[in-house]
Design a protein around this ligand. Structure first.
Ligand code: ATR
Length: 260
């Protein structure tokens, strides 16, 4: 039986097991997917379990997406460019780190027919998922990427990695076609203290629980199109699943219902 896990800290909130176990059963694969809360000191031993096939695949979430890299044999291009690994698999004898958040973001946008080609995108926040979003936007031919964050130092770190981005001072509002909230503000019902007086733009929030953050609610009331991060989450899982099991699960109504 194939064993898969998502590792993180905290991990209780993770909905990855719901998706993966649904697909394992649907596609008749003898396997199980669980979640494990780890401490940083446990990472190496846990990943070692892939060497003797005790574990078949691992998803990695906050705060370990970067910390696991030193225990791997190889990284994919996406993992290298973003410094972020969310999927670990074995190829022959090598333990490989990959980042399916990049494809997850792109496939989620395509699913909703949001086209970023030649568009200006304004990203708010500099947390763990932002390098993946920037790299994905660059691949999709977005014209301009602007970034702001409450703590300036983090924007400077990202600018070192992605020279193409333009840093916007916290509180300033540039012109944009699409704005992405990649902060954790909104998870607990609070709201970003930024004033958006625009309409006919696209507002995207990486948060999908709650379904509509204050950021999205306000934007919708003003006549903007809104989208949350649910599809990104589903598609990153879908891509991990296909790497481990050689099946690309279908994204249909039934799957969409699994994530509230
Ligand atoms: P993760 O890596 O889990 O995504 P994180 O690294 O803690 O989480 O990043 C959370 C993001 O939300 C950061 O950009 C953070 O801004 P700071 O870098 O200034 O901390 C942002 N954030 C959290 N609370 C915020 C608040 N009240 N106002 C503005 N930004 C906030």
């Amino acid at each position: 039986m194939k064993k898969f896990f998502v590792i993180g800290n905290p991990i209780n909130h993770s909905l990855s097991p719901e998706l993966h176990n649904f697909w394992l059963e649907k596609y008749g694969i003898n396997g199980s997917y669980g979640k494990v809360k780890l401490e940083e000191d446990d990472l190496q031993d846990f990943i070692q379990k892939m060497r003797n096939d005790e574990i078949h695949g691992i998803n990695v979430t906050v705060p370990f997406k970067n910390k696991v890299i030193k225990y791997l044999d190889k990284s994919s291009l996406e993992a290298e460019k973003t410094g972020s690994v969310n999927t670990i698999y074995k190829n022959k004898q090598d333990i490989i780190g990959h980042n399916t958040d990049v494809a997850g973001f792109e496939l989620g946008l395509r699913h909703t027919k949001i086209n970023v080609l030649k568009k200006s995108v304004f990203i708010i926040g500099a947390g763990g998922v932002v390098p993946s979003i920037i790299y994905s936007l660059l691949n999709m031919g977005c014209q301009k990427i602007m970034l702001t964050n409450r703590t300036k130092e983090k924007t400077e770190e990202l600018k070192k990695k992605f020279k193409e981005i333009k840093i916007i001072k916290w509180g300033k509002m540039p012109d944009f076609d699409i704005v992405i909230n990649a902060t954790s503000v909104g998870l607990k019902g609070d709201t970003l203290k930024l004033n958006f007086d625009v309409k006919d733009k696209i507002f995207y929030d990486v948060i999908y629980n709650p379904k509509e953050t204050e950021f999205l609610k306000n934007a919708k009331n003003k006549g903007n199109k809104i989208e949350n991060g649910k599809l990104m989450f589903i598609y990153q899982a879908n891509q991990s699943f296909s790497i481990w099991n050689n099946v690309i699960p279908k994204i249909d109504e039934e799957v969409l219902k699994i994530i509230p």
